[in-house]
Design a protein around this ligand. Structure first.
Ligand SMILES: [Zn+2]
Length: 248
């Protein structure tokens, strides 16, 4: 299990990069709340489990399995931490120097968004580096690939899909930013539409091939379905939630 140093350091580093990119609109309050949820959040399940392990081992296991889980944490613990942290931040920002804009109060919705983002950052690391590679979600990601030798030949339809999606992303991005004379915000909107469109088409192809038609080795040995879902949920979604938490 990655230690608190790794979880807190990663979340604070992640938050500081957003703070830099947003020229301080993502404040110290956002970063600290993100870090609290990235460490103290899901691992409170481990702590409760450790506290109860001698007296109530069955209860300890249950607490651990519900809280040290991204969905369990988002439903059970994140609302509580969001409520407490919004109250605490309101009090602290009143006591703090009123001219200092780094420690600001955040409303309940923004605290909840940061709680979810922190939880996802926690499991971004845990899923890969915990349980000696035996984590269930990590195993599922790998199960969407095909690692036996010899690798079956590529399906012609896969080659077409992979080629079309790759070229669309690369040349679409180049066209939007190099050939159009639109403002940056319009180009970013086009870029978002490009990413979402290609990801939707490619994921649909993978889901239909792998889950509905039960084909193995859809894209050679690549575990694209698992990898894409992992990247979207645990890398991109926390970033989007952090950006949304700046809206008041
Ligand atoms: Zn953990």
């Amino acid at each position: 299990m990655p230690s608190p140093v790794v979880h807190v350091g990663y979340a604070l580093g992640f938050g500081t990069l957003i703070m830099t990119a947003t020229k301080g609109s993502f404040t110290a309050s956002h970063c600290l709340l993100l870090a609290v949820n990235s460490f103290f959040g899901p691992d409170i399940g481990s702590f409760i489990g450790w506290c109860l392990s001698l007296t109530f081992p069955a209860l300890a296991n249950t607490a651990m399995s519900y809280i040290h889980d991204s969905i369990g944490y988002i439903i059970l613990i994140a609302p509580l931490i969001a409520f407490l942290s919004s109250k605490l931040l309101k009090k602290c920002s009143r006591w703090y120097d009123e001219n200092n804009s780094s420690l600001i109060s955040l409303n309940l919705k923004n605290c909840y968004l940061l709680s979810i983002a922190g939880c996802l950052l926690h499991f971004q690391i845990d899923h890969i580096f915990e349980e000696n590679g035996q984590d269930k979600f990590y195993q599922w990601i790998l199960s969407t690939g095909y690692f036996q030798k010899p690798t079956p030949p590529f399906l012609p339809l896969s080659v077409i899909f992979v080629g079309a999606c790759t070229l669309s992303l690369f040349f679409g991005f180049a066209w939007i930013h190099l050939s159009t004379r639109e403002t940056l915000s319009v180009r970013l909107k086009y870029t978002l539409i490009l990413f979402v469109s290609v990801a939707t088409i490619y994921l649909t192809y993978l889901v239909v091939s792998q889950i509905i038609l039960k084909k193995i080795a859809v894209v050679g040995e690549e575990a694209d379905l698992g990898v894409l879902i992992f990247l979207i949920v645990f890398h991109i979604l926390p970033f989007i939630l952090c950006l949304l938490s700046m809206q008041y």
